[in-house]
Write a protein that binds this ligand. Structure first.
Ligand SMILES: [Zn+2]
Length: 127
């Protein structure tokens, strides 16, 4: 049993902070604290993922509204006022003419620092 004693040490539970004695690699005082810790991490990941999906959905609605109005171009500032966030895209290609091609699902567009243009719906690969 000397082996077991050598490999035990005191530590604070990562979930509740309680001081406990256990294996050197033990991080939690109980199974419920271990589960609560990992559940919180998973919940945060789900929350973050749903925020990104919401941002992409918002961008998609804004781009679709442009297409419904038969517009293929708009100032980024105007789109930002509607809630468009250019940080969220589902696709990106280096442009051949100095501007990059971005996608929000099946809607593709070119983007400069101030505008989006050539907004078009493409069901498949743009090239
Ligand atoms: Zn604990």
């Amino acid at each position: 049993m000397a082996y077991k004693l050598q490999n035990e040490q005191e530590g604070n539970c990562l979930q509740c902070g309680t001081l406990f004695t256990g294996r050197k690699d033990k991080h939690f005082c109980s199974l419920s604290c271990k589960n609560a810790f990992h559940n919180a991490i998973q919940q945060e990941k789900r929350h973050r993922r749903s925020e990104i999906i919401a941002a992409l959905s918002g961008n998609y609605e804004i781009l679709e509204a442009l297409l419904r109005e038969k517009r293929t171009s708009a100032p980024l500032a105007d789109l930002a006022n509607l809630g468009f966030d250019p940080a969220y895209v589902t696709g990106h290609r280096k442009g051949r003419f100095g501007h990059d091609d971005y996608a929000c699902f099946d809607i593709w567009y070119y983007q400069t620092d101030t505008r989006v243009f050539n907004v078009r719906r493409k069901a498949s690969d743009p090239r």
